[in-house]
Design a protein around this ligand. Sequence first.
Ligand code: BTN
Length: 245
Amino acid sequence: MTWDVLRYDTVDSTNNVCKALAAQGLDSTAVIARAQTAGKGRLGRSFQSPEGGLYLSALWQDCPAGQLLTVTPLAAVAVCRAVESLCDTDCGIKWCNDVVLHGKKLCGILTESSLLPDGSAAWLVVGIGVNVGQASFPPDIADMATSLALQELDVSPDALADAILAQLTAMRTVLTDPVEWLAEYRRRCVNLGRPVRVLRGNTVRQATALAIDERFGLTVQYENGETETVRSGEVSVRGLYGYIE
Ligand code: BTN
């Protein structure tokens, strides 16, 4: 399997470009931009996308229902592997989909799909934003964001894009049985055993992150002893004292 790759200087959002291509019936297509004017994050947030970052979305058709929930966390593993294949570092994953380096966010992932009545995806777009060459971040995110350049890792965005696409190809072959990738996700997850705040709408509860279940849900234990497995899309998780701590 190969990807048809379309490269742009600036787009509103590489996810939006992919969605338009999906409507035309394109499959296995990747869109890469050097900057985005309306980058989208999870839970309706925006994603700041200046030059220096890598903004990559991968589109494919016909993703069976059972595989839909596993795509995004596995894409986080794919990004970790790609970064580590190009430079000497160790990436972690903050549940559910943020790739982290030295305790700060290096990459965010937003998956969008169009569902058929049986719950499978007519098309699926995995959007990946990696901070590659940014030398600084605006004050509102400076405490929680980092880039490869800020960690003194010299990586070319083009080489990183190629490495990520190679890992996404590998990922697509294991979607039905991602046992090893799940184990790797668990190993990389920086939250386990640590205190977290579970943010659901306007409510915030303190808990301890205990485990990742078979479907990449995060099992947490609240202060009253009650446990719950939370899923991406319904909650976000923050550390008690910072982004992951
Ligand atoms: C998040 O951290 O909340 C997810 C951020 C996802 C950003 C990427 S950048 C490429 C693609 N295009 C977008 O508009 N969003 C994703």
